[in-house]
Design a protein around this ligand. Structure first.
Ligand code: F6R
Ligand code: MG
Ligand code: MG
Length: 366
C-alpha cells in the first residue's frame, strides 16, 4: 500500500510569551481534525514542541495535496480562534496569509512530507524543533546517513553499502527551489562543504541508493523570506524512516547527543545548542535553548501507533545537563561575536534601524 506521511506545524499562539500552546488550543486542533478529517486522512497525531503545534497525518493523497493542507490550515485557524479567545500571545502568528490557496507551502506553516510503499512494518521518527531553523538538522542527519562513526550500519549492514543520495536546497534563492543532488560516500566533501553553511544550504531529502526509496524529508521554509520581516524562527520538522535499508532508530538519534550550536534561541537571533527534549516540552531559558523532540511511530495500512518518546530516557537526561552547560557558556558572552547571529540572520530590524541612524555620523578621518 502506498501511503503519504505529512507533518504540518505552526505556531498559532502560546501561553506566557513564546513558551507553549495552551491545552485548550491543542484540544481544539484535535477536535477539528477528528470532526473534519474523516475521508481525508487515514490517521493523525498532534503534539507540541515549544510554542509550535505539529500535526502528523497518514493518508493516500500524495505530497502537497490541497485537501490535506487545507485540513491542517483550517485546524490551525480553529486553534487560532481559541488562542484569540484565551488571549494567548502571538495568536495566529504563523498563518501569514488571510486565506488558504491550495498549499500551505509559502503561507507560514512548515511542512515535511513523503510518499512511499509501506513496508510490512514501517518504523519512522517525527522530529520537531523550536527556536531554530531547518539547517539545524544538517549536521545530525549528515552524521546519521554518511558517517560510520555514528551510523555503524554503513559498515556492518549490507543494506546501506551503496550509501545515500542527498538533495540539498539553496534556501537563499527565493525565485524557486534551487537544489543539488550529491551522493555519499563519493561526494562527501562536497556535501560537507555545502552543509557547513546551515543558513544557506539545507538538506531537503535523502534517498537510499540501494533501493531508491525516500528516507528523509525536512521542511525548508524560511519565514523571513516569505514575510520579509520578523515572524518567528522557522522551527523545522523532519520525517526519518528507520531500520532495514535506513539507519537504525538509535543511529538516527545518536548525533543529537552533540547538542551542536545552531541559529535561533532568543528573538531568533542568537547561537545556542540544540537540546533533545521530551514530547510536549516548553522552552524557557533565554526563550530556549533551541529544542528538538523525536517521536518514533510505526504505521500499518495508514494506521499510526502511539508514539515512543525517543528522548525520554535517562541517557538523554545526562545529555540535557551537558547541553544546559553549553547554553550557559555561550550566553555568558551576551551580544558579542559568535553568541549573536551575523547581521544578515538577525530576525529583528532593530540593528538595521540603528545602523541607518549611525551611518551619517561616521566620518573618514583626513
Ligand atoms: C524566538 C521567539 C522569541 C521572541 C521573543 C520576543 O523565535 O519566538 O524569542 O522573539 O520572546 O518576542 P516578541 O517580539 O513577540 O515580544
Ligand atoms: Mg513563536
Ligand atoms: Mg516556535
Amino acid at each position: 500500500m502506498k501511503i503519504t506521511l505529512s507533518i504540518i506545524k505552526a505556531d498559532v499562539g502560546s501561553i506566557g510569551g513564546h513558551l507553549k500552546p495552551s491545552a485548550q488550543l491543542l484540544q481544539e486542533v484535535k477536535r477539528y481534525l477528528e470532526e473534519k478529517g474523516k475521508g481525508i486522512a487515514l490517521d493523525f497525531f498532534v503534539a507540541h514542541t515549544g510554542d509550535d503545534c505539529a500535526i502528523l497525518f497518514s493518508h493516500t493523497r500524495g505530497v502537497g495535496n490541497d485537501k490535506v493542507h487545507k485540513l491542517a490550515w483550517d485546524a490551525f485557524v480553529a486553534g487560532t480562534n481559541v488562542a484569540k479567545k484565551e488571549g494567548l500571545y502571538g495568536a495566529g502568528q504563523d498563518l501569514l496569509k488571510d486565506s488558504f490557496s491550495g498549499n500551505v507551502r509559502g503561507m507560514g506553516p512548515a511542512v515535511a512530507e513523503m510518499e512511499f510503499e509501506e513496508r510490512p512494518n514501517e518504523p519512522f521518527v517525527m522530529f520537531c524543533a523550536d527556536k531554530t531553523d531547518p539547517g539545524a538538522y544538517n549536521l545530525p542527519i549528515y552524521l546519521a546517513f554518511a558517517d560510520p562513526m555514528y551510523n555503524s550500519g554503513l559498515i556492518l549492514s549490507p543494506n546501506m553499502a551503496k550509501g545515500f543520495k542527498f538533495t540539498i536546497m539553496d534556501v537563499s534563492y527565493t525565485e524557486g527551489d534551487r537544489i543539488i543532488e550529491l551522493n555519499a560516500p563519493e561526494e562527501l566533501y562536497d556535501i560537507a562543504a555545502l552543509l557547513r553553511d546551515n543558513e544557506r544550504f539545507v538538506i531537503e531529502s535523502i534517498h537510499s541508493r540501494e533501493t531508491g526509496e525516500i528516507a528523509v524529508s525536512v521542511s525548508t521554509t524560511r519565514l523571513h523570506n516569505i514575510a520579509g520581516k520578523y515572524t518567528g524562527k522557522d522551527d523545522p520538522v523532519m520525517l526519518v524512516r528507520v531500520q532495514g535499508p535506513f539507519p537504525a532508530t538509535g543511529e538516527a538519534l545518536a548525533p543529537f547527543n552533540i547538542g551542536h550550536y545552531v541559529a535561533g534561541f532568543m528573538r531568533g537571533s542568537h547561537t545556542g545548542p540544540l537540546m533533545p527534549v521530551k514530547i510536549n516540552s516548553s522552552v524557557s531559558y533565554f526563550d530556549g535553548p533551541p529544542v528538538v523532540s523525536a517521536l518514533g511511530f510505526c504505521v500499518h495500512e495508514g494506521k499510526l501507533t502511539e508514539p515512543a518518546d525517543a528522548f525520554d530516557h535517562p541517557y538523554w537526561d545526562y545529555i540535557r545537563q551537558q547541553v544546559s552547560r553549553k547554553a550557559t557558556e555561550i550566553r555568558q558572552q551576551g551580544f558579542s561575536g559568535a553568541a549573536m547571529l551575523p547581521y544578515s540572520e538577525l530576525e529583528y530590524g532593530g540593528i538595521v534601524k540603528k545602523m541607518e541612524k549611525l551611518e551619517p555620523k561616521f566620518k573618514v578621518r583626513k
